[in-house]
Design a binder for this molecule. Structure first.
Ligand code: 5GP
Ligand code: ZN
Length: 113
């Protein structure tokens, strides 16, 4: 499968990893949109939020748990952060392996800006 994030999971494409466990990996976005911009993904290839199957919700819970831990780890838990999933064309999704953006490190603008 030609998926850039699966390649990051495998290690065949390099990334700056900040977190990894059995099911989840997180790494710095290559084109940061904020001082802190980390992508958090399940290792399992799920293309979009629409493709999440009933048995996957625990895994997405683990992704959220990782986000909470990473926010603490990088020191933005108290100042705050934004966790975003873009789904599909109108959502602005470019990479079709489900991921959450953790954005932080400055006061973020309104969502519709
Ligand atoms: P989307 O628009 O699909 O929600 O977000 C995809 C994100 O992946 C973008 O913010 C983009 O900068 C990031 N990205 C795309 N290719 C790579 C890559 O090869 N490495 C890393 N670290 N980030 C990538
Ligand atoms: Zn993938």
């Amino acid at each position: 499968m030609d998926c850039i994030f699966c390649k990051i999971v495998e290690g065949s494409i390099p990334s700056k990893k900040v977190y990894e466990n059995e099911h989840v990996v997180a790494f710095h976005d290559i084109q940061p949109a904020a001082p802190v911009h980390i992508l958090i993904i399940p290792k399992k290839h799920i293309a979009t939020m629409n493709d999440v199957e009933p048995g996957d919700w625990g895994l997405l819970g683990e992704v959220h748990q990782a986000a909470q831990e990473i926010a603490r780890q990088v020191g933005v838990a108290e100042s705050g952060y934004r966790l975003i999933n873009n789904c599909g064309k109108d959502g602005g999704q470019v990479v079709f392996h489900i991921h959450y953006h953790l954005l932080a490190g400055e006061k973020l603008g309104p969502l519709n800006a």
